[in-house]
Design a protein around this ligand. Structure first.
Ligand code: GCO
Ligand code: MG
Length: 402
């Protein structure tokens, strides 16, 4: 079952996506997501110029071997561009493997460990009242777990809160937007938000919050401690995680559960966090952490240390990644939760898929392979548009983590 053709498709049905499509000599197709928000063309070029020539004629059944060939064979290890490109190949090969075996991919992974995969949605507001309303709306849609983000009064910008309502989309077309950040008002305000949400919605709804890498360890410790009475499901990315040791400080001070890892690209970014039990949920994703092959290994390591999965699932991860994440989440024993930020209708049309949502949970469907495809003709009518994630600065102009 040799790979006959490999094609890189860049499209922008509302936002940019990069997709790899492989076809074997016996006509089986496989798709993989290669989208790296704000740096899409770097991955497209990496694939087209450096990986596609290596794929042609290679045995599509040797998924494990292919992963190591691309990871070790490059010599220059890790890095978001490299790992996203490898992930696309890995996803496409699992898609092909499922189709060749006439099975949905989750069955190749040992079958379902649960009936469906609990997902969390995003509720955002410019005020506490708007956030309460947004949470109520999402609860009506069936979600049992909801991430709440609210603008801090007196501050110009807030992560995750679009001005004037509407849906939140992290990247904006054109050059990067500059936003501002102030830690102290945020630390004072956030417990007030969750106090209100708990009083409004009672003890059972799972509430989550994304700090988006903005704090230092001792500040994160203070936030976690101040949120304890409202028993969050998790506090996400409290600090930038290049410094894994920093989590020890947070952990000494708070029992608020911690989720981290959407920017991780290999197990080496998180093994200390896992083995020292400094986190509760690993957010590494199929697309940015090198594919299903390494993500399953990460989950198995995490399982030994009582760490569960909580994969990143924002709109910049294409429906191909969502499908792959659902096969992963349905099968892996230590699944925790999956992020669900629904794609636009236009995106869903370009990527027809078998996965579905009901009662706050998702299922990958029973279609063979990953159960997702790309409509190449439709994709061609949405050409790439330059877009960047914002950057953040403090009041005095210092660059801060966005
Ligand atoms: C999340 C993330 C996103 C990221 C975005 C970057 O938790 O969903 O933090 O909102 O900012 O995916 O590309
Ligand atoms: Mg996040």
């Amino acid at each position: 079952m040799r790979i006959d053709t490999a094609k890189v498709i860049v499209c922008s049905p509302g936002r940019n996506f990069v997709t790899l499509k492989l076809v074997t000599e016996d006509g089986i197709t496989g798709v993989g997501d290669a989208t790296l928000n704000g740096r899409e063309l770097a991955v497209a070029t990496y694939l087209t110029d450096h990986i596609v020539p290596l794929l042609i004629g290679r045995d599509a059944r040797r998924i494990e071997d292919m992963w190591h060939y691309l990871y070790k064979g490059v010599y220059w290890r890790k890095g978001a561009v490299t790992m996203t490109a490898i992930a696309a190949v890995d996803m496409a090969l699992w898609d092909i493997a499922g189709k060749a075996a006439n099975m949905p991919v989750y069955r190749l992974f040992g079958g379902a460990s649960r009936d469906s995969v609990m997902v969390y949605s995003h509720a955002n507001g410019e005020t506490i009242e708007q956030t309460v309303e947004a949470v109520a709306q999402h609860q009506k849609l069936g979600y049992r777990a909801i991430r709440a983000q609210c603008a801090t009064p007196g501050q110009k910008d807030a992560y995750g809160v679009p001005k004037g309502g509407g849906r939140y989309e992290p990247a904006e077309r054109g050059l990067p937007k500059e936003t501002t950040w102030a830690t102290e008002p945020y630390l004072q305000f956030t417990p007030l938000l969750f106090d209100r949400l708990r009083r409004e919605f009672g003890p059972d709804l799972h509430l989550l919050h994304d700090v988006h890498h903005r704090l230092r360890p001792i500040e994160a410790a203070r936030l976690g401690a101040s949120l304890e009475p409202f028993h969050l499901f998790w506090m996400e990315d409290p600090v930038p995680a290049e410094l894994q040791e920093g989590f020890r400080l947070i952990r000494q001070h708070t029992t608020t559960p911690i989720a981290v890892g959407e920017v991780f690209d290999t197990i080496y970014d998180s093994y200390r966090l896992i083995q020292e039990q400094l986190i509760d949920y690993l957010r590494a994703s199929v697309v940015h952490a090198g594919g299903l092959t390494p993500l399953r290994k990460m989950a198995h390591l995490a399982e030994l240390y009582h760490v569960r999965t909580g994969c990143h699932g924002a709109t910049d991860l294409s429906p191909v990644t969502m499908a792959a994440a659902l096969h992963f989440g349905l099968s892996v024993h230590n699944f925790g939760i999956q992020e669900h930020m629904p794609h636009t209708e236009t995106t869903d049309k370009v990527f027809p898929h078998a996965y579905s949502f009901a009662d706050g949970a998702m299922h990958p469907g029973e279609r063979v392979g990953l159960g997702v495809d790309i409509d190449e003709t439709l994709a061609a009518s949405y050409p790439y548009q330059r877009a960047y994630l914002p950057v953040a600065r403090l009041d005095d102009g210092t660059v801060h983590s966005w």
